[in-house]
Design a protein around this ligand. Structure first.
Ligand code: A2P
Length: 316
């Protein structure tokens, strides 16, 4: 398995199993299938509400001798309700308890958004902390402290734009190891990739297959399904790959980690095989030329005019 070296010296496998949207009653087996077939990287998060089942899969695999804990790279993410400095360790320890682990390989700030703790719904401006009150730098510094306590090995962020990264680095003096963002041919974020590569921040590609299994409430009418794109299908056929495999090989070829989600053993194995495919230059440039722009994941229910989390400004 190809690996990348993080800016703190740790190594991360280029392919990981995504677990967003994986039902708890399926993800244990999915994790076991993945570790059995050779994955060494599992991507989890507090908010996915399935970390106990993910952890069960890891433990059963370790117990069964398929892998040892130190051969698996486990990522999780701090949820938005834990942004206050004194809550960061609480959120991390909840995740560790659910996963049944004593450390994470990578801990990411899930969103550059701070929710007030204990709110059931995050649908009104008063449910949020303005970033002036709970700055992202405060949250990130508390995450760095977790590294010093041995609870996490590497720290990074997710859903950060270049301007948010610049501000965070200027305020904390720490360069995040990873920024996990939506990346695929419809949303390649080439400028962000160039900036991150220059800064030594590794990008991880989420929703690399277009996340067709998102809930309908997150979908727009007539959105373009990436896996059904005729050009993607044709390029994949030329490379002797399935469309999903092509997208995975493309992500790794451009120097990003990729975390396709599947709970199907056959597709988990298919996706694993893609990670060792050398993409032809012809295929790479044909994909780079696809001219559809589309973002599948946007927290638009969190956007309110006049507060910190304004729509256009959020991704600026
Ligand atoms: P399933 O879990 O049934 O395999 P993303 O990683 O972009 O969020 O996409 C996840 C979606 O892609 C899920 O619906 C998943 O379905 C599907 N998927 C994962 N791997 C493949 C594959 N190799 N071929 C087709 N669909 C796939």
């Amino acid at each position: 398995m190809k690996t990348f070296t993080l800016n703190d010296g740790c190594s991360i496998p280029a392919l990981g199993l995504g677990t967003w949207k994986s039902p708890a009653d399926e993800v244990t087996q999915a994790v076991k299938s993945a570790l059995e077939v050779g994955y060494q990287h599992i991507d989890a998060a507090w908010i996915y509400q399935n970390e106990a089942a993910v952890g069960k899969g890891i433990h059963e695999s370790v117990k069964g001798g398929a892998v040892s804990r130190d051969q698996i790279f486990v990522t999780s993410k701090l949820w938005n309700t834990f942004h206050q400095a004194e809550s960061v360790e609480v959120g991390c320890r909840e995740t560790l308890r659910e996963l049944g682990l004593d450390y994470l390989d990578l801990y990411l700030m899930h969103w550059p958004i701070a929710f007030k703790p204990g709110r059931a719904q995050y649908k009104a401006p008063e449910d949020f902390y303005p970033l002036s009150e709970v700055p992202l730098s405060e949250t990130f510094e508390a995450m760095v402290a977790l590294r010093e306590k041995g609870l996490v090995k590497s720290v990074g962020v997710s859903n950060f734009t270049q301007s948010k990264l610049e501000k965070l680095i200027a305020e904390t003096g720490v360069v995040p190891a990873v920024n996990q963002v939506e990346l695929h041919p419809y949303h390649p974020q080439t400028e962000l990739l160039d900036y991150c590569q220059a800064q030594g921040i590794l990008l991880t590609a989420y929703s690399p297959l277009g996340s067709g299994d998102r809930p309908d409430s997150m979908k727009q009418k007539d959105e373009p399904p990436l896996l059904q794109n005729e050009q993607v299908k044709a390029i994949a056929e030329q490379e002797n790959l399935s469309p999903a495999q092509l997208l995975i090989a493309w992500a790794i070829d451009r120097g990003t980690v990729v975390i396709p989600k599947s709970t199907n053993a056959q597709r988990i194995a298919e996706n694993f095989a893609a990670a060792s495919h050398d993409l032809s230059e012809q295929a790479r440039s044909a994909i780079d030329k696809l001219d559809i722009q589309y973002r599948y994941v946007s927290p638009d229910t969190w956007f309110f005019p006049g507060i910190t989390y304004e729509g256009e400004g959020f991704w600026a």
